[in-house]
Design a binder for this molecule. Structure first.
Ligand code: BEZ
Length: 211
């Protein structure tokens, strides 16, 4: 059965470039990003992994643990990591899961047989501290993802979790946000003492909460 937003992210044990992990223990109450890429030593994947490594300080700032996954063997990862350092200017600085038996890939529906029988598509899951899936995206092998967009979504998810606000179309860090419908006006008065702009009773706009 497909994994849907709100489901508990399946647990697994796997070898990674940073040792053997049990996923739920590894994420340990933190936010996490788990993403697959089709294959080591391929061009688009090389650029994605290099860029994600460059973004490590941004993920750290948000308290997010990042894990990549490929269906290649562990011994393939080291040579490719050297290529990533050479061509993208940053070495891998997060664990890369080796999943040659496709056990994890299958648990997360990362293999789409009508696209490719053996390689994963570009799946990405953002998982909350409650171990539930907050976001899932799937891209074909030929299209590299936009990891700046992943950070933007994490900012939105974390604002919702902390302040009960949602983010409007094309929202960017620092722009106004929307009070979620589940918050009554009475509750909103306490949460947002500076008030809000009521465009419609269901569209209440406030400055982005800080902290
Ligand atoms: C790539 O990462 O460049 C790639 C991998 C599989 C198919 C197409 C592109």
């Amino acid at each position: 059965m497909a994994i849907l937003i709100g489901d508990v992210a399946p647990d697994f044990e796997a070898e990674t470039t940073e040792g053997r992990i049990r996923f739920h223990d590894y994420i340990d109450g933190k936010w996490a990003v788990l993403f697959s890429h089709p294959k080591n030593f391929t061009p688009v994947c090389t650029t994605e992994l290099g860029y994600t490594a460059k973004l490590k300080p941004e993920f750290d700032k948000r308290g997010v643990k990042v894990l990549g996954l490929s269906v290649d063997k562990l011994e393939n990862h080291a040579g490719w990591s050297a290529d990533i350092q050479e061509t993208q200017g940053t070495a891998l600085n997060f664990p890369l899961i080796a999943d040659p038996t496709q056990e994890v890939a299958k648990k997360y529906d990362m293999i789409h047989p009508n696209a490719d029988n053996t390689l994963t598509v570009r799946s990405l899951f953002v998982i909350g501290p409650d171990k539930k899936v907050k976001l899932k995206i799937e891209y074909p092998a030929s299209t590299g993802r936009n990891f700046d967009e992943i950070l933007r979504v994490i900012d939105s998810l974390q604002l919702t979790a902390k302040h009960q606000v949602a983010t409007p179309v094309n929202w960017k860090q620092g722009e106004d946000v929307i009070i979620v419908p589940a918050v009554t006006n009475e509750q909103a008065k306490e949460k947002f003492p500076g008030g809000w702009k009521e465009v419609k009773p269901y569209l209440r706009v406030v400055p982005q909460p800080q902290g």
